[in-house]
Design a protein around this ligand. Structure first.
Ligand code: PAF
Length: 291
């Protein structure tokens, strides 16, 4: 990773090994402190900092991890291009009151011979699942590791990646990991675009079009309240509209049950609208509650 931090300069603020991480957490536990974890892949923006604030409002100490996890990127995805500036990310996280930043190396996370995959079924079968084969296995595996390494009281995840949030809730339930998973609201730019590390791939022209994804999803939410039995037709029109606006492709627009993510033909109380579409080099996702 370029621009890495010399850990020895801030040994009480940055750790790279699980051993050092556990020493710090053990110290906090001896002092009766509660601990929150915010897993990240770096490329820190205000959305991440809001997760730290959420964790800090619930716990005495907050750990943020930075690890660009190769196993959650598909072959043709942006692993090599993923923005990496550890020094900047650490500065931002510490500035937002993070107590400890955990930056493990790839060989420590996946040493030779590593052969365990955590694979969640059900909530992974729709939405991003078919478009990103292997992605949620990568996420579930790294998040399981991070939770077991830190053993926090809570871990906070952004609801922009709502499907990821449900995957993590499911694995924590199924594996009896003693942690509370907290979902934090999506943080948006003024024009409605959901904040994402991948927004920086957008050209000025693409950036101007990007908030249209949110606008179209909002119009789907309004339309299904008006015509609850028309979800499929409304979503199909929304897909066409995104293409007309200039999105290069649309992976999905759908109204789904908030807990199972099952696609709904007819809107009932607990529903969310989800969308994923490509704009130049960026694949944008967004979602919102129908209410
Ligand atoms: O949401 C992310 O940034 C990543 O998927 C996560 C949860 C840090 C796992 O690598």
């Amino acid at each position: 990773m370029p621009n890495t931090v010399d850990t020895s300069l801030m040994p009480d603020k940055i750790v790279r090994s699980v051993e050092d991480l556990r020493d710090v957490v053990a110290c906090w536990r001896r002092d009766g402190k509660s601990v929150g974890l915010v897993p990240t892949m770096g490329a820190i923006h205000i959305g991440h900092l809001s997760l730290v604030t959420e964790a800090k409002s619930r716990c005495d100490k907050v750990i943020a991890s930075i690890f660009v996890n190769p196993t959650q990127f598909g072959e043709n995805e942006d692993f090599d291009a993923y923005p990496a500036d550890e020094a900047y990310d650490v500065k931002e996280l510490l500035g937002a009151d993070t107590d400890l930043v955990f930056c493990p190396g790839c060989d420590d996370v996946y040493p030779e011979g590593f052969s365990t995959i955590v694979s969640v079924t059900g909530v992974t079968s729709g939405l991003c699942g078919p478009f990103r084969p292997g992605h949620f296995d990568g996420v579930a595996t790294i998040v399981s590791k991070l939770l077991l390494q830190c053993l926090p009281d809570i871990a906070v995840f952004g609801e922009k990646d709502y499907q990821q949030f449900l995957v993590i809730c499911q694995l924590v339930r199924d594996l009896n990991i003693p942690v509370e998973i907290v979902g934090a609201p999506i943080i948006r730019e003024e024009d409605g675009l959901a904040m994402s590390s991948r927004n920086r791939y957008l050209s000025a022209e693409e950036r101007a079009l990007a908030p249209e994804l949110n606008r179209v999803l909002r119009s789907v939410a309004d339309a299904v309240i008006e015509k609850p039995a028309d979800c499929e037709r409304i979503c199909s029109l929304a897909r066409s509209e995104l293409l007309e606006i200039g999105f290069s492709s649309v992976d999905y627009v759908g109204v789904c049950d908030t807990e199972t993510l099952e696609l709904l033909k007819s809107y009932s109380e607990s529903a969310r609208v989800f969308g994923a579409a490509r704009l130049g080099p960026a694949r944008l996702i967004d979602n919102l509650r129908v209410e």
